[in-house]
Every structure is written in structure tokens, then in C-alpha cells.
Write a protein that binds this ligand. Structure first.
Ligand SMILES: *[C@@H]1O[C@H](CO)[C@@H](O)[C@H](O)[C@H]1NC(C)=O
Ligand SMILES: *[C@@H]1O[C@H](CO)[C@@H](O)[C@H](O)[C@H]1NC(C)=O
Ligand SMILES: *[C@@H]1O[C@H](CO)[C@@H](O)[C@H](O)[C@H]1NC(C)=O
Ligand SMILES: CC(=O)N[C@H]1CO[C@H](CO)[C@@H](O)[C@@H]1O
Length: 489
């Protein structure tokens, strides 16, 4: 150690970055009996925080990294809640000279898991422990119980477990926080969580679109429907806030949501999930569609122009049994959601193989069960499925979920077909159904793809009656002498 400290080592943990999330996490830790040292590069922020929000609580401040480190008990535990990217590396660089072997740096930001993996390797070489932890639940979650998904150097876990599990949300009496795995596993699981969140939000929007445009319901009527759905298997935070949003009135008494520009933003974690899916070759189609749906929504001006040129079907309103259609939409939403989570867990399983992570899927479902944005009763059923069958190949083949999808499928199909006939885009309902039909098909038309590839590129194909034997056919009986290595497509 290069510095001489005269500070009292009184704090259990330090947190760098006093934006709202950071402040709330500190207050949460203090309320749970931990002494926290607060630091922000802009040191006036520290003083303001101590004089206001943190007044009277077990929070101490620091005006320099050296002071902060000097106030920490050993092994030192330091949480970074700063902007993902170079700011994390900058702070790590500043911290390292002040720390001793065995001290722990925790990145609680929205870092890419590949960065977390790299930082683990770099700090390992310096004898320090690194944890990349997903933190979900927004400002409210940070204050009163977030979902926490820590991964990295496992030697760090015994030293942070008590703090993390104490401040985390609880579901069914258990903390929504457990050790995820080595390296970037925590941030990877957080990334997939965010991808699933994109999917859940888009599914709700598709239901809203159908209720609004084909049934012509008012926003209050739709709010009632969401309250009703919140009492079904769809019971979840996102369904609940949707009911609140639909009912919320602007100052003129009109629903506020109708005045919001229909152009969705994104910060990238959904996109990262889709990229990981493509990289690892896992058909996570629903999250992919939900990212593209946001991209399409953001082409607002182009859509407005195109609407002058491109016409839809003659009949856009629904004329049949309205109550049944509403229930069909609920079933489409529920079945599609099951598919989306099945795909998300497929992506987790593939990454676990790639990185040799020993992921506990039941524990991950429990981490998402409370505290975070995708929290829902449904995740309790997922936890049960993986707890009773840790090697479950796919959520869809679990008996409970298979039965649920079977119960929904007629309504789901009518919804997707009805939407197509009336010109309402339902990319996620539809892709989920296509996945379901593909996944349950013993025979797909990919035999023809293989034939085409062999025809134009001599890529060879495998015969069903001679597994493992790759052959090439001279399809035309004329012309060139191509070989598999001479052409690639
Ligand atoms: C949704 O259900 C939960 C309980 O599962 C309840 O606490 C919440 O108040 C409900 N929300 C709405 C808007 O009905
Ligand atoms: C395909 O068959 C034709 C006609 O028999 C022959 O001329 C040609 O060389 C063959 N090509 C290959 C790649 O065997
Ligand atoms: C066609 O390819 C075969 C196998 O590579 C080779 O033996 C033969 O000489 C080639 N014929 C022609 C016409 O290029
Ligand atoms: C790195 C850091 O500590 N910066 C934070 C200081 O506090 C402000 C809020 O006032 C944050 O925006 C910074 O990110």
C-alpha cells in the first residue's frame, strides 16, 4: 500500500457515484444497518447528500479516493455506480493503487458482460477481486429492494453476500439475489433480463394495439382489462403499471398516453441480447423482434409518409364476439411470454456452455421474481420448473408450461390471424407462434435449403437414411465442376 491513512476504518462498504440510483442504494444499505461511505467525483455532491437525504443515517462521506479507502474495513468493498464504459475503467485505475490484495471492487452499472469478463482477468492479475453485478428495479428498487445479480470472482461472494441479500428484494421470503457465476455471468444474466423486459413490453403494446384499434375500446376500458389480467397468470409489475398508465389523465381530462409520440427509445441492452443470440446461434426471435419493433417505431416521419401511399385491408374493425377476442388476446400475450422466457433461458444455457458457467436457472428465476422490472408471479412457476428439473432442456417442454401453452393456443392463433386480417402488426405474438410451431416440428423444410446449397455451392448434405454421411449430387448433369471449397454462400 502506497498511502498512509489516518482515517478510522468504520465503513462496511463504499459507493462511488451519487446519481439517484447510487443515493438510493446507499440509503437502502444504511437502513439495513450497514455503514456506507459515499463518494462522488464532484465532491459538493457528497456534502449535499450528507446534509440532506443521508442526514442522521449511518453514512459517511469522502472527498477523495484515498479518504474513502481509508474509511473502509478490510477487506474493502467498493461499489461503482457510474456510467458504463470508460468511466468504470477510469475509476478502477484510480482505485487500484490504494487497495490491498483481497479487496473487492463491485461494478453495479449496466456494463457489457464482455467488459466485466475482461476486468475480472485484469484485476485477478493484481490480486484484487472483481464483481460485476446486475442491479434492476429502477430508483424505487434501489431504495427498497432491488433484484441483484452478482457474478465475477467467487472468492468475493462470502464477503458481500450478507449485504447483498439483506438489501435485495424478497420474494416468497427469499432474497432476489444469489451468486450467478464466474466472470461476466452476472452482467450477462442482467442483459438477458433486459432483453426479456423489451419483449414483455412489446407484447403488452401489441395487446394494447389490438384492443385500441380493432375493438375501439376507451383507455379506461383497457385499464380495466389490464387490472383484470393482473389477477390472472399475467400478474406482474409491467401489467400493473400499464393499467395505471392507461387510466392516467392529462390536465384536459384526456388519457396522457395518447399524447405521447409513438417513437420508442432504447439504450442498447435489448440489442446486446439480440446480438448475443446471433453470435451464439440461439433463436431468441421474440427479443429480436421487440428490438426491431422499437426501431420501426422510431421511423415516425417515414411511417407517416408511407401511410399516404400504402393501404391496409378493407375491414379493420373486429365484428365478432368481443369478449372472446379480448380473452384470446390475453392468451396470445401469455403464451408468447412463455415462449420468450423459454428463449431467454435457451440463451443463458448456451452462454453457460461457452463460458463454462454453472448457472442455476431456478436461482436466476428467483432473482427476477421480485425487485426488478420483469417481476411477476409467473417467474415463481419458472423457478419451480427449474428447481424440480435443473437439466430441463427447454421451458416449453416442462409439463406445467406445455399445458399452459396448449390451453392458450387456439386463442393465440385466432389473435395472430385476426391481427393479420385487420392489418395490425403483432411481430412478437407472431414470431412466438412461429417459434412454437417450429420447435414442435419433427420435420422442417430445411431439407430444401440443404438441397439448394448443394445445388449452387456443392456444400454437400446429410442423408436421413445414412446419418453422418455427407454427399454431393450432380443435380444438373451438366456444366461445371464445383466443389464444396470453391464457393461459399
Ligand atoms: C396487481 O396485482 C398485485 C398482486 O398480485 C397487486 O398488489 C396490485 O395492486 C395489482 N395492481 C393492479 C393495478 O390491479
Ligand atoms: C455432372 O455431370 C455432367 C454430365 O454427366 C458432367 O459433365 C459433369 O462433369 C458432372 N459434374 C461433376 C461435378 O461431377
Ligand atoms: C472435376 O473434379 C474432379 C474432382 O476434384 C477432378 O478429378 C476432375 O479432374 C475435374 N474435372 C474437370 C473437367 O475439371
Ligand atoms: C463519477 C461520479 O461520481 N459522478 C456522479 C456525481 O454525481 C452526479 C449527480 O449529481 C452524477 O451525475 C455523476 O455521475
Amino acid at each position: 500500500m502506497y498511502f498512509n491513512y489516518s482515517f478510522r476504518a468504520e465503513a462496511d462498504i463504499a459507493l462511488i457515484g451519487l446519481a439517484v440510483m447510487g443515493q438510493n442504494l446507499i440509503l437502502n444499505m444504511a437502513d439495513n444497518g450497514f455503514t456506507v461511505c459515499a463518494y462522488n467525483r464532484t465532491t459538493e455532491k457528497v456534502d449535499q447528500f450528507l446534509a440532506n437525504e443521508a442526514k442522521g443515517k449511518s453514512v459517511v462521506g469522502a472527498h477523495s479516493i484515498a479518504e474513502m479507502v481509508g474509511k473502509l474495513k478490510s477487506p474493502r468493498r467498493i461499489i461503482l455506480l457510474v456510467k458504463a464504459g470508460s468511466a468504470v475503467d477510469d475509476f478502477i485505475g484510480q482505485l487500484v493503487p490504494h487497495l490491498d490484495p483481497g479487496d473487492i471492487i463491485i461494478d453495479g452499472g449496466n456494463s457489457e458482460y464482455t467488459d466485466t469478463q475482461r476486468r475480472c482477468d485484469e484485476l485477478q492479475a493484481k490480486g484484487l477481486l472483481f464483481v460485476g453485478s446486475g442491479v434492476s428495479g429502477g430508483e424505487e428498487g434501489a431504495r427498497f429492494g432491488p433484484s441483484l445479480m452478482p457474478g465475477g470472482h467467487p472468492e468475493a461472494w462470502p464477503h458481500i453476500k450478507d449485504i447483498f441479500q439483506t438489501i435485495a428484494a424478497k420474494a416468497d421470503g427469499e432474497p432476489c439475489c444469489d451468486w450467478v457465476g464466474d466472470g461476466g455471468a452476472g452482467h450477462y444474466v442482467k442483459m438477458v433480463h433486459n432483453g426479456i423486459e423489451y419483449g414483455d413490453m412489446q407484447l403488452i403494446c401489441e395487446a394494447y394495439h389490438l384492443l385500441r384499434d380493432t375493438l375501439g375500446l376507451t383507455h379506461d376500458e383497457m385499464a380495466d382489462i389490464f387490472v383484470d389480467w393482473n389477477r390472472s397468470e399475467l400478474d406482474s409489475f409491467l401489467i400493473e403499471i400499464t393499467a395505471d398508465i392507461l387510466r392516467y389523465k392529462d390536465s384536459d381530462g384526456e388519457p396522457l398516453v395518447t399524447k405521447i409520440r409513438d417513437s420508442a427509445g432504447q439504450k442498447g441492452t435489448g440489442k446486446w441480447t439480440a446480438i448475443a443470440a446471433l453470435d451464439y446461434g440461439v433463436p431468441v426471435t421474440l427479443i429480436g423482434e421487440s428490438v426491431f419493433a422499437r426501431c420501426l417505431s422510431s421511423l415516425k416521419d417515414e411511417r407517416v409518409s408511407a401511410s399516404q401511399v400504402l393501404a391496409g385491408p378493407a375491414v379493420e374493425k373486429f365484428t365478432g364476439d368481443r369478449r372472446q377476442f379480448i380473452d384470446d388476446i390475453r392468451k396470445a400475450l401469455y403464451a408468447s411470454k412463455i415462449v420468450s422466457y423459454a428463449q431467454g433461458f435457451m440463451l443463458l444455457r448456451e452462454a453457460a456452455q461457452q463460458f463454462s458457467w454453472h448457472l442455476n436457472y431456478g436461482a436466476i428465476a428467483l432473482m427476477w421474481r421480485g425487485g426488478c422490472i420483469i417481476r411477476s408471479a409467473f417467474l415463481g412457476n419458472i423457478k419451480q420448473a427449474f428447481t424440480s428439473q435443473p437439466e430441463l432442456a427447454n421451458l416449453l417442454v416442462d409439463r406445467y408450461f406445455a399445458d399452459e401453452v396448449h390451453k392458450c393456443q387456439d386463442g393465440w392463433r385466432r389473435t395472430v390471424a385476426g391481427a393479420a386480417l385487420r392489418g395490425v402488426p403483432t411481430p412478437c405474438f407472431a414470431t412466438a407462434l412461429a417459434f412454437f410451431d417450429g420447435y414442435r416440428s419433427p420435420v422442417l423444410p430445411a431439407n430444401l435449403i440443404q438441397a439448394q446449397r448443394d445445388y449452387f455451392g456443392a456444400h454437400t448434405y446429410e442423408r436421413l437414411d445414412e446419418p453422418g454421411k455427407w454427399v454431393h449430387t450432380n443435380w444438373t448433369g451438366k456444366g461445371g465442376n464445383v466443389s464444396a471449397s470453391s464457393y461459399n454462400a
